[in-house]
Design a protein around this ligand. Structure first.
Ligand code: NAD
Length: 256
């Protein structure tokens, strides 16, 4: 029997690029089997192909829109068939728009809520039996400093991330009796494709002025914090939000 058959299992949503891909890499480097979930099939296949060159039997790529219940159920079923359990569920898939209340269409509001809030709810529900099967399951939700105070990206994104932080606390309390912990990471600005898309020159200048460490975070710095919260070093930590933000929230100044 292959030694990796007993390796812990991490499920990472939004894993085709950016922070999610860095999280998948972190788990692979630390001996996990990893299911990568993403709605972007070509990019997911490319990412999984790259990771599989070193870890083929430990990588599972699943095309799935986390906002669609049937697709999420199907992904959970495929993880059950291949790996049999889930030790860490990382709800990282997210979308961002930069729109104030006056300019936000209902369609855009729903699109942001569907991925950023419905997705983590649906994934937690679908993977619950597999998290229970692990005996020490852990959920890590990727929120944002935009969920801790009014968001520079405005109403839809900020509200979705604040609600995700509440979902994290709700899960911590409701799932504790199953031995499942639930925590959130609140990243500050991280230089990813998403940041390039929605961070205007003005937002960038504001962040450089408002982040005490005076730089954007690295994808790997978020991944390391996820690894900590998901693992046994954090076995008595649940219902918490860890800001990984260069001191932005502590400083309490600046944006939006
Ligand atoms: P990104 O856009 O680079 O990657 C997001 C990934 O999620 C993409 O691969 C995309 O295809 C996937 N995705 C989007 N909608 C999906 C859906 N419905 N189902 C499945 N997959 C879907 O973004 P990123 O910057 O790496 O951000 C990752 C997470 O971190 C997001 O939740 C984001 O809100 C959060 N975050 C990012 C920053 C930042 O500055 N980059 C800051 C705070 C929080």
């Amino acid at each position: 029997m292959n030694a990796s058959t007993h390796a812990p299992v991490a499920v990472v949503t939004g894993a085709a690029r950016g922070i999610g891909l860095a999280i998948a890499r972190w788990f692979l480097a630390h001996g996990h089997r990893v299911a990568l979930i993403d709605v972007d099939a070509p990019r997911l296949d490319a990412a999984a192909g790259l990771l599989a060159t070193d870890h083929s039997e430990r990588v599972l790529a699943l095309h799935c829109d986390v906002s669609l219940p049937a697709q999420v159920q199907d992904a959970a079923e495929k993880v059950r068939e291949r790996f049999g359990r889930t030790d860490a569920l990382v709800n990282n898939a997210g979308v961002a728009i930069f729109e104030p209340i006056s300019g936000t269409s209902f369609e855009d509001w729903r699109r942001v809520m569907a991925t950023n809030l419905d997705g983590p709810f649906l994934c937690a529900q679908a993977f619950l039996p597999l998290l229970r099967a692990s005996g020490a399951g852990s959920i890590v939700n990727i929120a944002s400093i935009s969920g801790l105070r009014a968001s520079t990206l405005r109403v839809a994104y900020g509200t979705s991330k604040a609600a995700l932080i509440h979902l994290t606390k709700q899960q911590a309390v409701e799932l504790a009796s199953f031995g499942i912990r639930s925590n959130a990471i609140a990243p500050g600005p991280v230089e990813t494709a998403m940041a390039k898309q929605v961070h205007t020159a003005e937002i960038r200048a504001d962040y450089h002025a408002s982040v005490p460490l005076a730089r954007y975070g690295l994808e790997e710095e978020i991944a390391a914090a996820v690894g900590f919260l998901a693992g046994s070093a954090a076995s008595y930590i649940t219902g918490q939000v860890l800001a990984v933000d260069g001191g932005f929230d502590a400083a309490g100044v600046g944006l939006p």
